[in-house]
Design a protein around this ligand. Structure first.
Ligand code: TYD
Ligand code: MG
Length: 455
C-alpha cells in the first residue's frame, strides 16, 4: 500500500500531516514529505526477509569488471570525472543560475551523440526552441539527440524506458515533480523522490544520467546539497557568472578522486577548455604592485599557480574589517595574529582584504605562507619579487611546515619561469633540489620574509 508521510529530518518522527514544529524533537521546518510503500500484516504473520536472494560472498572472489569509461569528448571534464563517464552512473551537476550548467550538459550530449549514442535531454525550464537555439550556438546538432519538454517524472521515466538512451540529462531537478506527492516541485521531498526514481532507472537500465541542480549563494534549502549522498558524483561550478572563466570541481566522486578541477572559458560558442590553467590564473597579474604573491597549490591531482592578493588600508571604523574571498576568513585572522606576534608586522587599525584571483577557492593550508607574504607586502606597501613563489603551511608559533607534494609544486613553478621558490626546509629533499628552480628553504615566517627582503 502506498502512502505519504511527513518525516522529521532531525529525529525520524513521522506523521501523516505536515507540521511546522516536530512534536518529538521540537525543531522547526524539519518535516519533509516522503512516499512509502507499506504492507499490511495480519496479526501473528511473520516478517519475511531476504526476498532478493542476496548472499554474502568473499570480497576476493568478487569479479571486478573494471568499469569501462566513456570519454565525454571534453578533456577537462573527463579529468574531473576521473577519466570519463561510467555507464549507469548518476551525476549531479550544480551551480548558480546562469553559470553554464545547461551549456555544459548540452555540449556533453553533442559529443556523445557524435559517437552514435542515443541521448535524451529533458528540460523543465526551457522550450524545445530555446534549446535548439542554444544548440545552434554550440554547433551541437548531432542527429541522435532527443529533446523532451516535461516536468512530470513519470512521463520522463516512460519516455526513457521507450527510447532507451545511453545518456539522460534532467535539467533541472528543481522543476520536476511526482504527482503522487502533494508537495510543490523544488521542495526537498519532491527533489529527493525524483532523484531516487532516476537512480533506479540509471542502475537498472545502465543509463548514465546527469541531474542539473541550481544552488543559490545561500545554499538553497531544497538545493542539490540534499542529494549529494544519493548520487555517484557531484560536480559544482565555481567562479562568478559575470566573468568569462568557469571552474568545475568534483566534491564527491565514487569513481575517481575528489577535489579535481576542470577550468573552462565561456565563449560565444560555449564552454572551451583552458589548456594551461596556471598561465590562465596568473594572467592579468601586476607583480609590481604590493600585496601580490604567487602560491603553488595542488588542486586534485595537479599543481596550479595562483595569485593571492592582499590589500591593507587605514580603517575609518572602530572595528577593522577582515574580508577574505576564496580563502577561509578564520584562517586569515589567525595568519594576521601570527604576522603581528612572530614577525612584528601589525595590521591594527587597518582594513584587510584577501582575494584569490580567478575566483578559485583555496582550502589547503599550503597557501598560508603566500597569504602571509601578500599581507606583509601590502601592509608595508613593498612589492614582492616578481619571480617568487611561496609554498608552506604556517603554524601558530610562526613556523613554516612542510606540505604534501612539494616536488610537483616546485616543478610547476619552474615550468612557468619562476626563479625563486620559498619552501619549508623540511620539505626539501634531494629530489626537490633538482626540480629546476632556485630554492630558498625556510623554517619560520620571519626567515621567509628575510629571504625576499620584506621584513
Ligand atoms: P546556461 O548554461 O544557460 O546556465 P545555467 O543552465 O547554469 O543556468 O548558461 C548561461 C550563460 O552562458 C548565459 O548568460 C549565456 C552564456 N552563454 C555564452 O556566453 N555562450 C554560449 O555559447 C552559451 C550557450 C551561453
Ligand atoms: Mg539552465
Amino acid at each position: 500500500m502506498k502512502s505519504t508521510a511527513f518525516v522529521c529530518q532531525n529525529c525520524g518522527f513521522d506523521t501523516p500531516r505536515w507540521l511546522g514544529k516536530c512534536p518529538s524533537c521540537g525543531q522547526w521546518n524539519t518535516l519533509v514529505e516522503e512516499q512509502r510503500v507499506t504492507q499490511r500484516r495480519k496479526v501473528n504473520e511473520r516478517v519475511r526477509v531476504a526476498t532478493t536472494g542476496a548472499r554474502p560472498v568473499k570480497l576476493s572472489q568478487v569479479e571486478s569488471k573494471g568499469a569501462k569509461r566513456r570519454s565525454t569528448g571534453i578533456g577537462e571534464l573527463d579529468r574531473v570525472l576521473g577519466g570519463g563517464l561510467v555507464p549507469g552512473s548518476l551525476l549531479l551537476i550544480g551551480g548558480e543560475p546562469g553559470i553554464g550548467k545547461s551549456t555544459l550538459t548540452l555540449q556533453v550530449c553533442n559529443e556523445l551523440a557524435k559517437t552514435g549514442t542515443k541521448v535524451l535531454y529533458v528540460t523543465g525550464e526551457e522550450s524545445a526552441e530555446q534549446v535548439r537555439l542554444r544548440a545552434e550556438r554550440l554547433s551541437a546538432a548531432a542527429d541522435s539527440i532527443y529533446i523532451l519538454c516535461a516536468i512530470d517524472l513519470d512521463e520522463i521515466l516512460a519516455a526513457a524506458e521507450e527510447l532507451t538512451p545511453g545518456l539522460l540529462v534532467v535539467d533541472s531537478i528543481q522543476t520536476m515533480f511526482r504527482s503522487s506527492l502533494t508537495s510543490a516541485p523544488g521542495s526537498v521531498g519532491q527533489v529527493r523522490e525524483c532523484t531516487a526514481e532516476l537512480l533506479r532507472l540509471a542502475k537498472s537500465r545502465a543509463v548514465t544520467t546527469f541531474i542539473v541542480g541550481h544552488v543559490t549563494k545561500s545554499g538553497a534549502v531544497a538545493g542539490p546539497r540534499t542529494l549529494e549522498h544519493m548520487v555517484d558524483a557531484v560536480l559544482y561550478f565555481e567562479g562568478e557568472g559575470f566573468q568569462q572563466y568557469r571552474i568545475v570541481r568534483a566534491v564527491k566522486n565514487r569513481y575517481g578522486s575528489t577535489n579535481e578541477i576542470g577550468v573552462f572559458e565561456m565563449t560565444e560558442s560555449g564552454l572551451v577548455e583552458v589548456a594551461n590553467p596556471s598561465e590562465f590564473f596568473l594572467s592579468g597579474r601586476h607583480p609590481d604592485v604590493s600585496g601580490s604573491a604567487v602560491v603553488s597549490t595542488i588542486e586534485g591531482t595537479r599543481p596550479l599557480l595562483v595569485e593571492i592578493q592582499a590589500l591593507a588600508a587605514a580603517t575609518p571604523y572602530a572595528l577593522p574589517q577582515r574580508v577574505a574571498t576564496g580563502f577561509d576568513a578564520r584562517r586569515l585572522s589567525m595568519l594576521l595574529c601570527v604576522l603581528e606576534r612572530r614577525a612584528g608586522i601589525s595590521a591594527a587599525a587597518q582594513d584587510i582584504f584577501v582575494n584569490i584571483a580567478g575566483g578559485l577557492k583555496i582550502q589547503e593550508p599550503a597557501a598560508d605562507l603566500a597569504v602571509i607574504a601578500a599581507l606583509a607586502s601590502s601592509i608595508r606597501n613593498q612589492p614582492l619579487p616578481a619571480d617568487a613563489v611561496f609554498i608552506g603551511e604556517v603554524g601558530l608559533g610562526g613556523e613554516v611546515r612542510s606540505v604534501a607534494r612539494t616536488e610537483s609544486r616546485i616543478a610547476e613553478a619552474a615550468r612557468l619561469g619562476f626563479a625563486n621558490v620559498i619552501v619549508p626546509r623540511r620539505g626539501v629533499t634531494k629530489k626537490t633540489r633538482t626540480a629546476g628552480a632556485n630554492l630558498k628553504p625556510v623554517d619560520t615566517v620571519r626567515e621567509a620574509l628575510d629571504a625576499i627582503g620584506a621584513s
